[in-house]
Design a protein around this ligand. Sequence first.
Ligand code: ASP
Length: 336
Amino acid sequence: MFELNKFANIIYYLIKFMNPFSIVIHGGAGTIVKEDMTPALERAYSNGLTAAIEAGFEILKNGGSSIDAIITSIKMLEDNLLFNAGRGSVFTKKGVQEMDAAIMDGANLKAGSIAGVRNVRNPIELAYEVMENSNHVFLSGKGANDFAIKRGLKLEPDEYFFSQFRYDQWKHLRDSDNYSLDHTHQDLDELMKDKKFGTVGAVACDQMGNIAAATSTGGMTNKKYGRIGDSPIIGAGTYANNRTCGISCTGHGELFIRAVAAHDVNALMEYKNYTLQQAMDEVVNHKLMRINGEGGMIGVDAQGNTAMVFNSAGMYRAMKNSKGDFIVGFYKEDNA
Ligand code: ASP
C-alpha cells in the first residue's frame, strides 16, 4: 500500500511540474485561397500536415526532446512532394534543386545551417549534423555536400527530386530574370491552378521546457547565382531561445533577412516583455508589411503557448499541445 501511494505521489509530482508541451509546423505561406483548391488537394495537404504533427507530438508526449520532435516532423514534410523542401524542392535557374535548412536548440543557443545543398534526402538531418558534429554553424555548397557524405547521410539521385509540377513552374520562368516565391500567383496564373506550395518549418517546446526551431526549403523557383534565402540564416528565418521563443518563418526570404524577422520576435520578448503573440504580430503585420515582406511565421514560447501569424492570404499550418488543442489550417478564414 505504501509503495502504491509513493508511486501515485511520484506520478502526481511529475504531472504537476511537467512543462506544458506543444508543437507547431508550417508548410509555407502565400496565395493560398479556397478557390484554387480542390477537395482532393485539401485532403492531401491536411493528411500531410496531420501525419507530420502527430509524429512530432508523439515524441513530446513520450518525454522526448523538442529537437527530436521537430526533426521527425520536418523529415516527413521533406519526404512529401507537396512541400517545397527535400523531395519536393523547386528548380533553380540551372534546372536543379539546391536546398537550404537550419535548426536551433534553444537550451544552449547551438545552431546548424546548410545552404545550396544537392541530392541530400533530408537536409534537416545535415543541418543537425553541422550543429552537433562540426565546429561550425553554417556550411554551404560543395563543403556541405562533402560533409553529408562524411556523416553518412542518405543521398538520392536527381530523379528522386523531380516532379512535373515543379518542372512546369520553372519552365515558365527559366528564360526570364524573374524568380518566384513558390506560393504566389505572380504571372503563373495558369500553372498555379494546380499549385503545391511550401517551405516547411517546425517549432516545439518539450516537457522540460526546452525550445527548438527548424526550417527547410528549396528556396524560390528560378533562383540563381547561389542565392540563399532566410530559412538557413539564424535570426532571419529560424531562431530558438529557451528564455523567449522558437520561430520558423516562410515567405519572401530577402525581406525576412532584411527584417531579421525571427530574432526580432526574440528581442521584443527578451528586452520589451512582449508576449509571443504580440511580438509576432509586430514583426509580421508591421515591420515586414512596411517593406512589403509577404509571408508568415510559427512560434512557441517556454510555457508551451503557440502562435501562427501571416500577412499573406494563407499559410499551411498545424499545431498540437498538451492541453488537447489540435488545429490544422490553410486559409485566413480558418482563423487559427
Ligand atoms: N523563405 C523561403 C526563401 O526565401 C521561401 C519560402 O518560404 O517558401 O527561400
